[in-house]
Write a protein that binds this ligand. Sequence first.
Ligand code: PBG
Length: 332
Amino acid sequence: MQPIHAPYPAARPRRLRRTPAIRALVAETNLAPSDFIWPVFVREGEGISEPIASMPGVNRLSVDRVVEAAREAHGLGIPAICLFPYTPPEKKTRDCAEAWNPVNLSNTATRSIKDAGIDIAVMTDVALDPYNIDGHDGFVEDGYVVNDRTVEALVKQALSQAAAGADIIGPSDMMDGRIGAIRAALEAKGHQNVLLLSYAAKFASAFYGPFRDAVGASGRLTGDKKTYQQDPGNGDEAMRLIARDLAEGADMIMVKPGMPYLDVIRRARDTFGAPTFAYQVSGEYAMLAGASERGWLDGERVMMESLTAFKRAGCDGVLTYFAPAAARLLNG
Ligand code: PBG
């Protein structure tokens, strides 16, 4: 597209910015509650809403409260909620069996939302880290996170989530071949309409810190996740991984984290044109919410600006802890 440049004063681009009405008329990017997926942390108990220190304004919710949150989200026009379990330490094991327990926290929450008849899509997370005594997304053997044995476990986990009623399954583990393996298993077990939103381009990021607190994985992690998550400098590799996951049966793809990777989002969108999502992760939330809490940033404005930027970069939607607050603001 060639920019049109009439000479000044024929062109006065500021004319298009003079009033709110004119700015709204020519806005290229509009945000709506339907752009959001709301990640929520689930814990055991009843009637509990427990604050997370490193994520001001975000709470771990007991299942009954998750159902209320889902109802609230639906009322706000948010189309999807994403569940992350806070697994009690005694249920974390070397074999990670809790990951495919049909009545684990994630599956119980999914079923409860579905049983309540709330018309919201439930997304679940596939990875072993909430259940692993090592804090890793896969099985550790001789200090290395092994791929193929982990994929077998991820398949069992995904099938348990589909059986519980998950609409969207989000493999966040970054093992090779898991999308194909999960897709084949879903087909074989009659879950052909379950969507796969692949965390296709997931970088080994320090911005996940508060999340690991939220799910109780921080103290446990031995080493880092660099043998499976991507090097933050690798954009070409991100394109190869997205191509691979789409070929293996992903319906939608994600880039994660979000704000430092807007270039990757734009490339993904332009290259593949597939439904593209970003995860504005816990550390991004903590930066904005923490600085706002201290009065260093205007919380509402940085929230809306950051979310608008994701859409401008090419996202169809954003996983964001700001989902209910942003939706409330958008709904006026
Ligand atoms: C791990 C997982 C992580 C997040 C979602 N799934 C953290 C990690 O890879 O260590 C991070 C989300 C966030 O930071 O908000 N399976």
